[in-house]
Design a protein around this ligand. Structure first.
Ligand code: ARG
Length: 726
């Protein structure tokens, strides 16, 4: 009879998972759909744009999917877990910027290479890092299991290496000064810098180039061949190069949507030149930057800025018709020989910038002076035509500094630029003595081939001139004195109150791109796991407790009782995280069972041990005399247990079981380690995208707390009811 109860319970334990698997319904899709694992902390190769897997890896695979007709889906995992996941067939293959290496080839097969990178150093901007020696021995933050981590080992001592799960953590280590630098794949470093201008890429390592491939389990030949053949084809027909170029043109920035989902973008080539184009508050500011930003808003394009030296703007325009040159560029007849120019938005004239006390008061004295100009600027062309003695610099700020420090007698530059320089050099002043130069129009430069782009942009420019927007922008900069620090006309950051900023963060963290969905989906999974684990735990725990106490009372069932005791001891004696990893990577090593289910089983087994102890104490809480009385009335041990002892025991332990539920829901927060998107992982993913730790973490803390408070309230109510029942 006892055995019957046992049998029923055991069957129940086995059936729950099967039932759950069926209701989750993944078995059926597994054949037609290929699951690729990736660690989306690795822009521009792997990241989330909204909730869509995006990046070079994903888009190459999307192209492969279209080419082969295979339905490719993506799943996130931690980088250092993917390789194992692939060899254990938990997914079909891996795509996560995997560097092809001899060591990895021992366990997986690599496709043909699709991309090449080199390791670089990323650290705070403006440091004096010019060679590998400059970073030797420093504290470095690296991602576990990467080639960057291996390289860091050759640079510094093991105790100086911080191993992180993902690049989000690494970037924070750099920003917070916990690490001096990281060692990372070059494009990824550039992506990080695009999101964090306070960081800089230092290309100083003597590392060999690395090639990326997708990774396959060794016995997955059919799929390997299909994907690899298609990859080779897409390399040959230029698709792979196109995809990579698309991300490069977008500066590898994190807000680049998938190549297959791209929106129109204005690509601006510019150089540092106050007040036309410079950075303020991590934002491209300046007259040109803002006019083009206004245009981009008007025509509903995105806008991207690429900084080069002035002289390179023209060179790049000639080879790349998708760019627009903007840096206070004069529209001159000579330049029109190679380029086309938009309508003008302002005009200006060359002047001389000289020390206040200098004798340069007439154009005739310039012949005997040493003059600072910027390479390729109209000032350069002009000075050369006059045969002046010049020093050429790459920026007006350098030219002005040289005049201020006495290296050059004066500089020639545009009047507005000279006004901007006087902000930093009050010892200089403008001498409007160049009688033979004319006022010239400023305009945006285009490649002559860019007819379509030209028309769209110029039409919008004319419209914004007509409606006064451009005048507003010009007036704004004039009013602010053309200083270097003047924030963009569109950057109202500086005026914002604390609450406005918090609201902005909130919008970015939760509303933009529907990021809140990470939390709602995560919460759903957390609850699923908790409920399933709770049911399993209750069943396992009650059985174990009954076995143990029956055996104690009757002396029978010695072996099952011993097994139960070992189970309880081992589970309670080891961390749940370790149990989870063991169950995922060892027990279910070669199963592609749903991760949520595996997590539920792990937490169910864990919870069972605690429940067992609770139930056992409940059984013990019923006075011994009751069992004796029941037995003397002629009931068997089993029947007494079932009818007399358990009902009372359960009443005594209900609150304790409630507490177990409370612990359980919080413990599920480690399920992210096996790739489950639960609540905590959801917040982590948001953190990885927005680099804001505060709100996502506080919000999920509040969610956990709310659930726990609700549970506590229910337990209290239950307790009251039970007490009244006496
Ligand atoms: N290319 C490096 C490697 O294979 C780093 C890859 C890291 N990938 C990632 N998605 N976090 O070791």
């Amino acid at each position: 009879m006892n055995r019957k109860i046992l049998a029923v319970l055991l069957t129940a334990i086995m059936i729950v998972p099967v039932f759950v698997t069926m209701t989750m319904g993944d078995g059926s899709e597994a054949e037609t759909t290929v699951v690729v694992e990736s660690s989306p902390d690795f822009a521009p190769y792997d990241y989330y744009y909204g909730d869509e897997f995006t990046g070079i890896d994903m888009d190459i695979l999307r192209a492969i999917g279209m080419d082969t007709g295979i339905n490719i889906t993506f799943r996130q995992n931690l980088f250092d877990s993917i390789l194992l996941s692939v060899t254990q067939h938990k997914c079909d293959f891996g795509a996560s910027g995997f560097t092809i290496s001899e060591e990895r080839k021992q366990s997986v097969d690599f496709t043909e290479p699709y991309s090449v990178i080199r390791q670089v150093v990323v650290a705070k901007a403006g440091l004096d890092i010019t060679s590998e020696a400059d970073v030797k021995g420093k504290v470095m933050s690296v991602q576990t299991g990467t080639s960057g981590a291996d390289y860091a080992k050759t640079l510094t001592s093991p105790s100086n290496i911080i191993y992180q799960k993902g690049y989000t953590e690494i970037v924070l280590d750099l920003i917070n000064g916990k690490a001096f630098c990281e060692v990372v794949d070059d494009a990824v470093g550039m992506a990080q810098v695009s999101a964090h201008p306070e960081l800089q890429v230092y290309d100083v390592l003597e590392a060999e180039p690395e090639y990326y491939g997708f990774i396959f389990a060794k016995d997955n030949e059919a799929l390997y061949k299909t994907i690899n053949d298609s990859l080779i084809k897409l390399k040959e027909n230029g698709t792979v190069a196109d995809i990579i170029k698309y991300y490069a043109d977008n500066g590898f920035s994190l807000d680049t949507p998938s190549y297959f989902n791209r929106v129109n973008t204005l690509f601006i080539l510019t150089c540092h030149d106050v007040p036309f184009s410079y950075m303020a508050n991590g934002f491209n500011a300046g007259i040109d930057a803002d006019i083009l930003r206004a245009i981009s808003k008007d025509i509903d394009y995105k806008i991207r800025f690429k900084q080069v030296d002035f002289k390179d703007i023209f060179k790049e325009l000639e080879t790349n018709p998708s760019y627009i040159g903007a840096a206070g560029i004069f529209d001159t007849p000579e330049r029109r020989e190679h380029l086309s120019f938009s309508d003008s938005y302002m005009s200006d004239k060359l002047v001389v910038l000289a020390p206040k006390n200098s004798d340069i008061t007439d154009i005739s004295v310039l012949e005997s002076k040493s003059i600072a100009v910027v390479i390729g600027n109209e000032s350069d062309t002009y000075a050369e035509s006059k045969g002046y003695a010049v020093n050429r610099y790459t920026e007006n700020s350098a030219a002005a500094a040289k005049v201020s420090s006495g290296v050059n007698d004066c500089a020639i530059m545009d009047r507005t630029m000279a006004k901007a320089q006087i902000n930093n050099h009050p010892d200089l002043e403008i001498r409007d003595i160049l009688t033979d130069v004319q006022e010239r129009p400023y305009a945006f430069a285009f490649s002559p081939d860019a007819t379509n782009l030209y028309e769209i942009v110029n039409a919008s420019l004319l419209k914004l001139k007509a409606d006064g927007t451009i005048d507003d922008i010009l007036a704004y900069y004039e009013k602010n004195g053309y200083g270097e620090g003047v924030p963009s006309y569109f950057d109202d950051e500086s005026e914002k109150s604390f609450f406005d900023k918090l609201w902005d963060k909130f919008t970015k963290d939760f509303l933009d791109m529907d990021r809140y969905q990470y939390l709602t989906n995560g919460l759903a999974n957390t609850l699923k796991i908790t409920v399933m684990a709770l049911i399993m735990g209750m069943i396992i725990g009650s059985v174990a407790a009954m076995v143990v106490s029956m055996s104690a009372q009757t002396g029978k069932w010695k072996i099952p009782a011993a097994i139960c005791r070992v189970y309880i001891t081992v589970i309670r004696g080891t961390p749940v995280m370790v149990q989870l990893l063991i169950i995922y990577y060892i027990v279910f090593a070669s199963s592609d069972m749903n991760q949520i289910l595996i997590a539920s089983i792990a937490f169910g087994l864990n919870s069972g041990a605690y429940v067992a102890e609770v139930v056992r104490s409940g059984i013990n809480s019923v006075p011994k005399g009751q069992m004796e009385a029941a037995r003397s009335l002629g009931l068997s041990t089993g029947a007494s247990m079932k009818l007399i002892i358990l009902p009372q025991a359960i009443r005594n332990i209900l609150p304790a079981l409630g507490n177990e539920a409370i612990s359980l829901i919080k413990e599920t927060s480690v399920a992210g380690y096996i790739g489950v998107m639960e609540l905590t992982r959801g917040a982590d993913i948001i953190r990885g995208q927005t680099y804001d730790a505060l709100l996502p973490l506080l919000v999920i803390a509040a969610v956990y707390l709310a659930i726990v408070l609700i549970l506590q309230y229910l337990i209290k109510k239950m307790e009251k009811r039970l007490n009244n029942a006496y």
